[in-house]
Structure formats: C-alpha cells, structure tokens
Design a protein around this ligand. Structure first.
Ligand code: HT7
Ligand code: ZN
Length: 871
C-alpha cells in the first residue's frame, strides 16, 4: 500500500474558486451534480493534469463550460478522474455521479442511518460523493442544493446559512439551498435529510447577533435533546468569555444519527453526532453519559475556530485541530464541573489509552511523519497527548502569554490551512521564547520516563532534587532526544507546602528539565520535606520517585495539589498490586494502607464525594500491566486486584453501609457535577460492599435497582450484580433487557456489561448476544458494545491462555472488514499489547493476527493495523 509522507507535501496544482453541488437524494439512486470553478495554482506544477480524487464512484458525465467532454479526453476509474485537456484560465467543470446511500455500510461519504440521509467526509469521505481535490488545503465556498422526497425527508440541512427552499413542481419532492460563505476544505462538507424532530433557541452572540441554534434527532426523541442544546449554549458562551471567539453564521445545527463511526463531526454549521453524544434523559443516560455529551458538544463546537476557521494544511497536522480542541473541551468541562476531578479523569484516560499506545507497536509521534491510512491516526496520541502538549505549552510560557498567543494564532491564521509551525510561531511571538526544543515533542514518539531522587542536607538546610529523563525506542525511532519537560513541584511537610527558594524554579513552582539529567537545589528548607513533583500532571511522562509509603501518605493528606494527593494513593496501591502479582502476600501492608484510606474517607467523603471516590478506586488492570511491563499474566492481575479490594472493603467495613445509606438520593435527578459526585461515591461503596460480601451486595444491588430513579443508579447496581454469578444476576439482565428493548443506547450498555464479565463462560454469552435480534453488525455502537468492550475491557477473557478470546475478535474482524473497515481497524488496536503477554498467549495472538493478515482483499485500514501490530 502506498505511504504518504509529510516531507513530500506539495501545494495543490489547482485552486477551486467555488463549488455548486446539486444533490438529489434517493435511498438507492442519489444523483450528485458538482460544478467546480477551477484555476491553476501558480505555486503548483504548471503542466500537471487535473487529477481529482474519487472512491468507489460511478461517473455519469463530465462537462467543461457546459460542454460534454468525450470519454476519450479523460481517464476515469472509481478512484480518480484525470483530465488532460482544459482551458488554461478559470473554467467550470461539471461532474455527475450516482450513489447508493443505502448500500454504503462503510459510513463514509453519503449514507443512510435509520432512514436519515447523512454524510461523513473527514478525512477522505467527500471523494465518495463526487470527484474532487479532496485535501484539506484546498478550501472553497460551497453552495448546495438538496432535493428529496417531501415525506421521506421533510428536513433538509446543509453547511452555512439557509438561502431558499420550495417544492419541486409536479412532484412529491422539495428542495433547499444552503450557502456557506466561509471557505472550507471538503472534509467539512455535510448534508442531512430526514424526518426529524428538533429543539432550538436563539443565541445572542457577544456582539449582539442572533444565531438560531438547534439540535435535530430522530422523530419522537425531541425530549432527549434538551441537555445537548443547553451544553451547546454554554459552550458558545464559554468560547466568547475564555478565548474571545464568537460564532459566525446565522444558524448552528446539530444532528444525531444512530450509525456513526466516531463520536461526532464538526462540519461547518452542521455538526453530525453519534446519537450517544446527544440523547439524554435521566431514565436512559448515566452521569457519565451526560458528561460525555457536554464534552463532545463543546469539542465539536470549539472546532468552529480551531479546525474550521483555521484548518490543517495536510493530515499530518491533525493534532493542530484535535490536540488543541481536546485541550479546549477539557478546560471547558473543568470550568463547568470540578477542575481536580476532571483533571484526574482526563489523566486516567490518557494513561489507560495513550500510554499503552506509546509503548506498543502502534506508537507514533503526535505529528506522525507518514501514514498509509489516515483513518488509523485518529488516536489517543494525536488527541489526548496532543492536548497535553498544548497544556505544557501553557505551563511553560504562562497563562497570559498563552492567551495572547491564541489571539495571535486566530488573527494571523484565520481562513488558512495551517501547520504546527504556524501555531508554535504564535506563542514564540507572544512569549518571546524560542520553542524549537519544545517542538520536538511533536516529532518524537514514546513516553519519557523521569527518575527523581531527593536529598536533604539537615546542616545546610538544603534540599536537592536530581532528575533524569529516558525514552525507550519506538517503531522507526531507535534513539531519542531529551525533551523540554515542565516540572510543576512543591515541597510538602505535615504542616503543608514549604516556600520554594530556588533560582531554577519560577514563581508558579515550575522547573524546566531540558537535558538528559539535571539537578536543582532549594535553600532554607527548615525540615526534611516530601517532594511533590509533576503536580497537576504537568507533563505526559512516567515518574519514578523513591518515596516510601509514609511519605506518600503525607502527600495524600497534606499536598496542596489534588492530583498528587490522588496519585499518592494510586502509587501505594500499584506497588502493592505488583508485589502481589509476583506472589507476595502483603496483607499487613494492605491493611495499613486501607486504614489510612478509612481515615481519609472519614475526613473527605462529606465535603468532596467525587474526589473520595477517585481515591478509593484502585488502579486499573492497565495501570498494573504498564507497571509490570512484560510477561503479563492477566489472571494473576485480576486475582491480585480482587484480593486488594476485598481487604480494603473489610477495613472500610465500619463506614461502608452507613455512608452508602447516607448518600441515598433525595429529590429529583440532576446531572450536575455535585450530585453526580455523590452518586459516584455511593456506587463505588456498593461495589466495595459486594466484593467482600456477595450476599449483602446482591441484596443491596437488587434494592438499588428497585428504588433507582435514574439510569446512573440503575446501571451501577446492575454492574455490581454482574460480578456475582447466579440467578439474581441472570434475572436482572433479563429484566433490564426487556425493559429497555426499545432503547438502543441503553441496550448498548446491556450488551457491553455482559461482554466484560470476567468468567470463562463469557464466550458463550457473547455468542448468544450476537444472535439476539437487537444485535446488528452494521451498527458501530452495537459492535463496539459487544466486541469493543470485550477486547478492551475484559482483560482475562480476551487474553485467555487458550487463545479463544483472540480468535473471537479475529473472526469478527474478518467478517466486519467487508462491511466497515474503519471500525474493524479500531477494534483490532486491542491487539496492541500482545507482545506484553506471557508465552502461550503471545503465540495465540500472533496466530490470530496472521490469520487476519492472510485474508484476501483486506481493507487498507485493517491491513495497516495488522501489519504494524505484527512488525
Ligand atoms: N474530527 C472528527 C473526526 C471524525 C472522523 C474521522 C474519520 C472517520 C470518521 C470520523 N468521524 C469524526 C471528530 C472530532 O475529533 O471532533
Ligand atoms: Zn475533534
């Protein structure tokens, strides 16, 4: 397969002045007539033919300036249209193509989801609609005429502002014309047609303009769109207040569809969403779902400036829009909710998804130097690590210079297709700092490992910290350079933080490590402190620091930094877990640790239940795998976690039930962060009760299902029951399945919960689930619910010693690749950790990957992931 390289970037040979699209929607015979006004780009190759991109296209006709071009004057395949004879001046090229939206199971281009026509054009989907210069640096102004059956699609939406609508005379069809005045790349194009309900309101922008904002959903689901609309309004206000960014069109529409490859898409003025990130009611959505909706609505809206007004020159710059927009949505959620709780959750996600990616065969820099399938680079590295790089930049230059740099970026790059260099240049200007060394973060893959050692000199009253940084080789990058690493730090004693007297540490308590090793010395240190380093996770690195449990407990109780308080408990627990996996008993030490957690709980539960829940949540299996590194025995990890939780439960037993009862819900459901925090602690307590006393847990979980007034309580209780084999569990599953048989998003939870049961029999259960009439291989949410949950979150069963977990995923992948390659490839990233498993497992995983690789006609998406995983 051809490789696309960053170093080969050349400007397009042609400009497109404008495009007029005439799309006549039909379930199986949609017609697209595209009139492109073209001219040569002086910066391009002056003798190049006009080569347009296509993908599985059926060409009907080609005209230049309205005159039919003879087929002998062009070369057309489903993949491209090359024209060699055309006027050497501005000219109109009209191309007609025929599409079958119903047969489009890849969900890229124009397709039908549950009767709704919709599009997905990022990254290279527009070329599945018409032949075009489908690259992000070709930006143009779109006018779209949409036509459809009036009953089938009474709602017709496009990018930009609505211009005109009406009936097509003497037919049952109608049309709408949309015009988008902002030049955009083809990947931001969208249309929607369907029988939809909507909720909407008028938003007054900071300069006093009225914008009609609306959320469109499937008929009958309008009452579930209110929260999304509210989140949209709050996002629009936040971007005005925080970054001075005002919305620019007369309308902003969000549409929810049920078949969607990713979370959502930021098409100009017409965001299209996976309905999972729109639809919410207290009965069907959990607190986590509400938080997800808020953050994805914000993310897509924020793209209007970071992605749309300023887009990417090429797909290597994906982090320019994605890393920055994730940073912006994280900041929004932190402002709307509890900042420390949001930060810890974001870091947990980064560590669970990005760290393993960076340590495995699919590791790549935040700006990858090459790709064979761009769809496979919508990764945790580009998104989440990309966001951390923006956050580090802010830490390094300070909040004022960061905000000023954002203004410079918006002013100087508005309307362009930009690069990471343009972005960093804005901050060099605002801060006066040279960021060339910092820029290396974008080109170097792998997670730096920082070792920190502290030495106290009681006589001199000095405290010295020694730092070293090392990054392990990653595919294609055998040697690594030292990076610029902001270390936010403090010196903590039982009386709190000491003043920092050190010329290498700035007024915000930040030391910049930019060499392989370095040391700093603090003066006037009155007593031996405990160092608190990488406060607020100031860099996406792994840290080794020789602190004993006593020091870590000092941090848990006295650190002014909430992240490091949480981290201290996680470090103690991870160390214990690793020793248990290695066969040590550790009971006494676990009990001592648990007693400290009991004390912590007594002090914190009432004032900050959400934070307490985070501290009491033991490290995940993935944290333990990363700590151990290789020769992983998943069963031993599972067993150690279970034992640790049981001991914790028994030490906490005096408070578990009383606290659980005291947190019981009173009053109506509200998804706000404070109420959600109480529910998260209460549900965690139920889990702890059940892990040590399954009879009591079963009884309480059943009672919670009965009394639940919302999905958060209901589903948490079902999750607890799902770990207790027996009739109560099976009855609860049956009951839940029946009750929500008409609620696809709730059924996804039901499918997923069963797929992650850590028992041998889960394979048979999955087999039965896929025979359930509600299961559909064509629906990405459903496939993710069963196979995604199994492969990513059922450690012991996916990585079974008999290899049957790997085989299950491989069988599915072989089938699904013919239907939806993008989803197949994403599911297969679960194999990313196969070389870390112990002997027999590795052999099974390798065989499963090779079996997939041997399939004829494998998609580029799947083949790319499989080949890189095997390399
Ligand atoms: N920018 C969007 C990416 C996306 C996407 C990419 C490939 C194929 C399908 C897709 N759907 C959405 C989403 C975002 O990051 O906002
Ligand atoms: Zn995005």
């Amino acid at each position: 397969t051809p490789i696309v390289r960053l170093e080969d970037y050349r400007p397009s040979d042609f400009h497109i002045e404008k495009v007029h699209l005439d799309i006549s929607l039909h379930p199986t015979e949609t017609r697209v007539i595209s009139t492109i006004t073209l001219l040569r780009n002086p910066a391009g190759n002056p003798s190049a033919p006009l080569a347009l991109d296509g993908d599985e296209l059926v060409l009907k006709s080609v005209k230049i300036e309205g005159e039919e071009v003879s087929p002998s004057d062009y070369e057309a395949t489903p993949q491209s249209l090359v024209i060699r004879k055309f006027p050497e001046r501005v000219f109109d090229l009209t191309i007609e193509t025929a599409l079958n939206p119903t047969a489009n199971t890849k969900l890229m281009g124009l397709y039908r989801s549950n009767g709704i026509y919709c599009t997905q054009c990022e990254a290279e989907g527009f070329r599945r609609i018409t032949y075009f210069l489908d690259r992000p640096d070709v930006m143009t102004v779109y006018t779209t005429r949409l036509e459809a059956d009036r009953n089938d699609a009474p709602v017709l939406l496009g990018n930009g502002n609505p211009n005109e609508r009406g009936d097509v005379p003497d037919s049952n069809r109608h049309y709408a014309i949309w015009h988008d005045p902002f030049p955009k790349p083809a990947y931001l194009f969208a249309v929607v047609g369907g029988n939809l309900d909507h909720v909407g309101k008028t938003f007054k922008t900071m300069s006093g303009r009225d914008v009609d904002i609306a959320v469109y959903v499937e008929k009958g689901k309008g009452d579930r769109a209110d929260y999304a609309l509210d989140a949209l309004e709050r996002s629009m206000r936040w971007d005005e207040q925080t970054f001075g960014r005002e919305y620019d069109l007369e309308v902003f529409n969000v549409v929810a569809v049920s078949d969607f490859n990713m979370g959502a898409m930021e098409n100009k003025g017409l965001n299209i969403f996976n309905d999972k990130y729109v639809l919410a009611s207290s009965e069907t959505a959990t607190d986590g779902d509400y938080a997800g909706i808020e953050s994805v609505i914000a993310h897509e809206y924020f793209h209007n400036w970071t992605g749309n007004r300023i887009t990417c020159r090429d797909w290597f710059q994906l982090c320019l829009k994605e890393g920055l927009t994730v940073f912006r949505d994280q900041e929004f959620s932190a402002d709307e909710r509890s900042r420390p709780v949001c930060r810890i959750s974001d870091i947990k996600t980064l560590r669970a998804r990005q760290f393993p990616e960076d340590a495995g065969p699919l590791a790549h820099p935040v700006r990858p130097p090459q790709y064979s399938e761009i769809n496979n680079f919508y990764t945790a590295t580009v998104y989440e690590k990309g966001a951390e790089l923006v956050r580090m930049l802010k830490t390094l230059i300070g909040a004022d210079a960061f905000r000023k740099g954002m203004d410079i970026y918006f002013d100087s790059c508005d309307g362009t297709a930009a690069t990471m260099e343009d972005f960093l240049g804005a901050f060099e200007q605002s801060s006066g700092k040279d960021l060339s060394h910092f820029a290396k973060w974008y080109g170097q893959a792998g997670t730096p490992h920082i070792t920190v050692k502290g030495h106290y000199d009681a006589t001199a009253k000095t405290y010295k910290l020694d730092f070293t940084q090392v990054t392990q080789p990653t595919p294609g990058q055998p040697s690594k350079e030292p990076l610029v690493i902001p270390v936010s730090l403090g010196l903590v004693t039982s009386k709190g933080d000491l003043p920092l007297d050190c010329s290498s540490v700035n007024e915000n308590g930040v030391f910049v490590l930019d060499k392989a090793s370095d040391s700093i010395v603090f003066s006037n240190v009155s007593e031996e402190p405990v160092p608190s380093v990488f406060r607020n996770f100031s860099a996406p690195v792994k840290v080794s620091l020789e602190l004993d449990s006593k020091d870590l407990l000092t941090l848990l109780v006295h650190d002014s930094d909430p992240f490091n308080r949480w981290q201290a408990a996680q470090t103690i627990a991870t160390r214990l877990l690793v020793r248990m996996v290695n066969g040590e008993d550790c009971k006494a030490e676990i009990e001592a640790f648990a007693s400290s957690l009991l004390e912590f709980t007594n002090e914190t539960a009432a004032s900050d239940p959400a934070f307490t829940a985070l501290v009491l949540t033991m490290p995940g299996e993935s944290d333990i795998i990363q700590e151990i590194g290789s020769d992983i025995d998943p069963d031993a990890i599972f067993k150690s976690r279970t034992i640790l939780k049981r001991i914790l439960s028994s030490v906490l037993s005096p408070v578990l039930v009383p606290l659980y009862n005291s947190l019981a819900n009173t009053g109506p459901y509200s998804p706000d962060a404070a109420s959600a925090g109480k529910r998260s602690l209460r549900n965690l307590l139920l889990d702890l009760i059940a892990c040590n006393n399954s009879a009591e847990g079963e009884k309480l979980a059943q009672a919670q299902i009965q009394s639940a007034t919302n999905m958060t309580e209901h589903f948490a209780a079902l999750s607890v029951l799902s770990h207790i084999p027996g009739n109560a569990r099976e009855n609860a599953f049956t009951e839940f399945g029946k009750r929500y048989s008409n609620e696809p998003l709730v059924l996804d939870k039901w499918f997923a919960l069963q797929a992650v049961i850590p028992e041998e029999s889960v394979l048979g259960r999955i087999e039965r689930l896929t025979q359930n009439p509600a299961y559909a291989i064509s629906n990405p949410n459903r496939v993710r619910a069963v196979y995604g949950a199994f492969a990513m979150s059922n450690l012991t069963q996916f990585n079974r010693a008999d290899g049957k977990g790997y085989d299950l995923l491989a069988d599915l992948a072989i089938k699904l690749d013919k239907i939806n390659p993008q989803i197949t490839a994403r599911l297969l990233t679960a194999f990313g950790s196969w070389r870390r498993m112990n002997g027999v497992r590795q052999a099974h995983a390798e065989a499963a990957l090779k079996r997939i690789a041997a399939q004829p006609d494998l998609s580029r998406d799947t083949s790319d992931i499989v080949q890189r995983s095997l390399a």
